[in-house]
Ligand binder design. Structure first.
Ligand SMILES: Cc1ncc(COP(=O)(O)O)c(C=O)c1O
Length: 352
């Protein structure tokens, strides 16, 4: 995001510098951040997780790696519903695991739905893990309780596991709340590894602290021997920033979410002035998913808009085959910049 950080977080980093605290993460800090995570989840989502079930890792993608390596059958393929956050499609093969892309269903109103039959077939063919991203980068969905329950039924039928990436949980733009998948019921608690972080909501991804939330005692016992080692991979500043974010920076977040909501509305309004461009409804995240297929842009949407409009987007093709002809637009930027970007895109499409 282009919005800086909360003053409390800047203070934490400054205080660490002033006291020359640049060493490894003390175990007391680790416990404090785990407790802050647990309290935040209880207070915000009504999900009660003991702090002993919260483990710190450098980032959310590290949680994905641990999940694949420690909580799935060796060699089993990994299901990634697409369009997907790009690294899911590269991190998994780097662990010598096959990715099974399951293209999601695009309704006429631009909303995406998970293809449950496709996920079911992938589990039946031997996959061990489903990567669920909710709120869903890049398509902006915040999944409903009913949708999550439908996923749970499919996973449970096959004895599969779920990696639930909830890094965008703080960034829900409308009244519908974020529901942690593992909080649904005993089944989902039993088969899920959840990843959260302060890094998106509070804009501190470079400080490197993600949280792995385990929700069944067997997983906690299986992971406990490795926990101490992984703790030393987490930065002190990241852990302290996460603690401050979760426990002291709710007002800052509320302001950001309000501003993002205004940006989302402006983006939809201005995109409406670009004939042939369609935008999926953005319920959460600060990412808009642009359907540029009817524009037939030379070189693909990202290349075209960078060259002709001076606007940098991610090409949808890096989000899986289902993203071909689409683009990903990060709108967490000051409104005048957003307006200018969309006007330049409009002019580029018009050939002006
Ligand atoms: C859905 C999603 N997951 C994971 C990440 C990466 O998080 P981290 O830097 O904690 O690995 C991002 C960053 O944009 C993201 O949007």
């Amino acid at each position: 995001m282009d919005f800086g950080v909360a003053p409390q977080i800047a203070d934490v980093v400054r205080a660490a510098a002033d006291s020359q605290a640049m060493g490894y993460l003390p175990s007391a800090d680790r416990a404090t951040t785990a407790r802050a995570t647990s309290d935040w989840m209880a207070g915000t989502f009504g999900w009660q997780v003991p702090e002993e079930h919260v483990f710190l890792l450098p980032d959310v993608l590290s949680v994905l790696r641990v999940t694949v390596q420690r909580f799935t059958p060796p060699g089993s393929p990994v299901i990634v519903p697409t369009p997907a956050y790009m690294p899911f499609l590269t991190v998994v093969p780097a662990l010598d695991r096959e990715v099974v892309e399951v293209p999601s269903i695009l309704d006429d109103d631009g909303r995406y739905r998970l293809d449950l039959a496709g996920i079911d077939a992938a589990f039946a063919a031997g996959a061990g893990l489903l990567v669920l991203c909710n709120p869903w980068n890049p398509v902006g969905r915040v999944l409903t309780r009913e949708e999550l329950a439908e996923v749970a039924a499919v996973v449970d039928r096959h004895g599969g596991r779920v990696f639930s990436d909830e890094i965008h949980a703080p960034l829900v733009l409308d009244d519908r709340p974020h529901i942690p998948y593992a909080s649904l019921d005993e089944r989902t608690a039993g088969h899920t590894v959840t990843a959260v972080a302060a890094s998106k909501g509070w804009n501190v991804p470079g400080l490197k602290c993600g949280q792995m939330v385990l929700s069944n005692p067997d997983d906690v016992a299986a992971f406990a021997p490795y926990a101490a080692d992984t703790g030393d991979t987490v930065g002190l500043l990241g852990a302290r920033a996460a603690t401050a974010a979760y426990s002291e920076c709710q007002d800052w977040l509320a302001d950001v979410v309000g501003y993002l909501r205004g940006n989302r509305d402006l983006l939809l309004e201005l995109a409406g002035g670009i004939p042939g461009l369609r935008v999926s409804p953005v319920e959460g995240t600060y990412i808009a998913w642009l359907d540029c297929r009817d524009l037939d842009l030379p070189g693909g949407p990202a290349t075209f808009f960078r060259r002709e409009a001076g606007v940098a987007l991610t090409d949808g093709s890096s989000c899986g085959e289902a993203g071909e002809g689409f683009a990903r637009f990060v709108f967490a930027t000051p409104r005048p910049v957003l307006r200018r970007a969309l006007e330049q895109m409009r002019d580029a499409v018009a050939g002006g």
